[in-house]
Design a protein around this ligand. Structure first.
Ligand code: MG
Length: 168
């Protein structure tokens, strides 16, 4: 059989309600906003979508399987810590990120002022140059209905490291 190319692509999506009284943690950063994503963990829909894209590309099921939302261990968990756990799983199967692209849709907070910071933070965690982590912010123009949400779509490209000399 012809060897398959040593790259994998994955897709992730997540959506959380935005509610008062929650910290607004998106892309690993706490942003100034009157509402924040509800959720069992910190509700960071951006990192949740990213993690599902990474896991999907690696063929490692999904976030809900790794971190069940009825497991008290993950209550209030930082999604950055969960991302580190996902990256450890990728290393176990000898895969590494190549690039990721994120689309975030919400009417608030405005993401534009924070886009560079989120890209830099995610790139640092993934061990990538910042130009390999892109983030696009969209508003819904209130088209999302009466329930305010933040929604994120993510794609991730991985490379297999199996044949690399010195790969751990
Ligand atoms: Mg989620």
């Amino acid at each position: 059989m012809t060897p398959l190319p040593p790259i994998r692509i994955g897709l992730g999506w997540d959506r959380h309600r935005l509610v008062p009284g929650r910290d607004c943690v998106l892309g690993g950063l706490r942003l100034p906003c009157e509402v924040g994503p509800a959720g069992h963990s910190d509700g960071d829909a951006v990192l949740h979508a990213l993690m599902d894209a990474l896991l999907g590309a690696a063929g490692l099921d999904d976030l809900g399987t790794l971190f069940p939302d009825d497991d008290p261990r993950w209550e209030g968990a930082s999604s950055l810590d969960l991302l580190d756990e996902v990256l450890a799983r990728l290393r176990q199967v000898r895969m590494a990120p190549v690039s990721v692209d994120l689309v975030v849709a919400c009417d608030r907070p405005r993401l534009a002022p924070h886009r560079a910071s989120i890209r830099a933070l995610v790139a640092e965690r993934l061990g990538l140059p910042v130009d390999r982590v892109n983030l696009k912010g969209k508003t819904t123009e209130s088209a999302g209905g009466p329930i305010e949400t933040v929604e994120c779509h993510a794609v991730a490209l991985l490379r297999e490291r199996r044949d690399e000399v010195g790969a751990d």
